[in-house]
Design a protein around this ligand. Structure first.
Ligand SMILES: Nc1ncnc2c1ncn2[C@@H]1O[C@H](COP(=O)(O)OP(=O)(O)OP(=O)(O)O)[C@@H](O)[C@H]1O
Ligand SMILES: [Mg+2]
Length: 348
C-alpha cells in the first residue's frame, strides 16, 4: 500500500488578513509610537507578517524606521513609490496602481509602504470624489475606496496597520472605510471623551451617506468598486499615564482629574463605539493596556530606529533604563495579546 503525505493545503487554515487603523482625531496621543511598537511586536515576537501603511502626510512612522541618510535619499527622488503613488494615478484618470512596492524594515520585522508629504495635496481630490460618489458616480466611489483596492493586494500579510494623522478629513475617512478595525490611543482629558463622540457621529454619517450613494449605482457597475459599505469595528484603546504627571502641587490635582476622567472612559466607549459599531459585543475587554511614561527610551528608540522593547546597551540604555525596556516589552506583549484576542472575539 502506498502511503502518501497528507495534502498540506487541506490542513492549513487560511486566516484572512486584518486591516487596522490606529486612529484618534486628537493629535499627539501616541498613535504612531503605539503602531510602530505593536506592529514590531507582532512581527518579531509572534512571527506575524505585518505591513505598515503610512497614511499620515506627517510621515512619522516612516521617519521612525529609516535613517536620516535613507530618508534624504528617498525624499530627494520624486519618482519614489509611496502612499502618494497609490492615489495620484486616480487624479489623472489612470485607475488603480497595479503593483505595490513596500520596503522591508528588518529592525522592526515589518514591511512599510512609505508615507509622503504630498499626500496632503490629494485631500481635496478625495473630498471632491467623496461628494460625487454620494450621488452615485462610480468614479467618485472608486477613488473613495482606493485603500480597499490597496488592501485587496495585501492578502499575503496577516496584519496591515495604517498610521493616520489627527483629523476626520477625507484621507482618514477613506482609510477608515477600508479597514476592518481601529484602535485608539487616548490621552485622559475631557477632549478625548469628546473625541469619542465626534468619531462615532462622523462614522454614523459616513455610513448613512455612503449607503445612499451606493444604492444609486447600477447593478452592472457595482463590481468595479472594491467596496460598497463601511464595516469597521472598534478593537480597543490604550490610555496614557504620562499625560497626567506634573510636579509639586500640580501632581495631586492632575492625578485626581486623571482618575475622574479615567472612570468615564469605559462608559463613553460603551455608549459610543460599542453601541454604534458592535452592539452585540459588550463583554469584550476593550482596554488593551495603559502606557507608562517611557521617558528617554522614546527618543532613544527614535535615534536607534528600533522598537522601544528592543533597545540595548549599545543604543544608550544604562542602569535603571534596562528595567524600563523590560517594562515596555511587557506592555507591548500585553497589548498585542489583548489585541489578538479581540480580533478573534470580533470575528463573526
Ligand atoms: N509612552 C510614552 N512615553 C513618553 N513619551 C511618549 C510616549 N509615547 C509617545 N511619546 C511622545 O509623545 C509624542 C507624540 O507621540 P506620537 O507621535 O506617537 O503621537 P501621535 O498621536 O502619532 O501624534 P500625531 O497626532 O501628530 O500623529 C512624541 O514626541 C513621542 O515621542
Ligand atoms: Mg502620528
Amino acid at each position: 500500500m502506498q502511503i502518501t503525505a497528507p495534502d498540506v493545503e487541506l490542513y492549513q487554515i487560511q486566516v484572512p488578513m486584518i486591516a487596522t487603523a490606529v486612529f484618534n482625531n486628537k493629535g499627539g496621543v501616541g498613535k504612531t509610537t503605539l503602531l510602530c511598537n505593536l506592529a514590531a511586536y507582532l512581527a518579531l515576537e509572534l512571527n506575524k507578517r505585518v505591513l505598515i501603511v503610512d497614511a499620515d502626510p506627517q510621515c512619522n512612522a516612516t521617519q521612525t524606521m529609516f535613517s536620516d541618510e535613507e530618508l534624504e535619499e528617498i525624499y530627494d527622488n520624486d519618482a519614489r513609490f509611496s502612499i502618494y503613488s497609490v492615489i495620484h494615478p486616480l487624479s489623472l484618470g489612470e485607475g488603480y496602481t497595479q503593483k505595490l512596492r513596500p520596503v522591508k524594515r528588518p529592525n522592526f520585522g515589518v514591511d512599510i509602504l512609505i508615507g509622503d508629504p504630498r499626500l496632503s495635496l490629494l485631500e481635496d481630490l478625495l473630498a471632491k470624489d467623496w461628494g460625487s460618489g454620494l450621488s452615485g458616480e462610480v468614479r467618485g466611489l472608486r477613488t473613495t475606496f482606493v485603500f480597499q483596492d490597496l488592501l485587496n493586494r495585501c492578502k499575503d500579510y496577516d496584519y496591515v496597520f495604517f498610521d493616520a494623522g489627527p483629523s476626520l478629513g477625507a484621507i482618514n475617512r477613506s482609510v477608515l472605510l477600508a479597514c476592518d478595525l481601529f484602535i485608539s490611543p487616548m490621552s485622559i482629558d475631557i477632549f478625548s471623551l469628546r473625541a469619542i463622540e465626534n468619531i462615532t457621529e462622523a462614522m454614523a454619517q459616513w455610513k448613512k451617506k455612503l449607503n445612499a450613494g451606493v444604492k444609486q449605482v447600477a447593478k452592472t457597475e457595482l463590481a468595479s468598486i472594491p467596496g460598497t459599505s463601511m464595516d469597521i469595528r472598534f478593537a480597543g484603546y490604550v490610555t496614557q499615564q504620562y499625560t497626567a504627571k506634573t510636579t509639586g502641587d500640580g501632581e495631586k490635582r492632575a492625578v485626581k482629574a486623571y482618575e475622574k476622567i479615567m472612570k468615564r472612559v469605559p462608559r463613553q466607549i460603551a455608549q459610543n463605539f460599542v453601541k454604534h459599531l458592535q452592539p452585540n459585543k459588550t463583554r469584550v475587554e476593550y482596554l488593551l493596556g495603559t502606557v507608562p511614561n517611557l521617558h528617554s527610551l522614546v527618543p532613544m528608540a527614535q535615534v536607534a530606529r528600533k522598537p522601544i522593547f528592543e533597545l540595548k546597551a549599545k543604543d544608550g540604555v544604562v542602569g535603571a533604563h534596562f528595567s524600563k525596556v523590560k517594562d515596555s516589552r511587557d506592555l507591548y506583549e500585553a497589548v498585542a495579546t489583548r489585541f489578538l484576542e479581540n480580533v478573534e472575539e470580533l470575528d463573526d
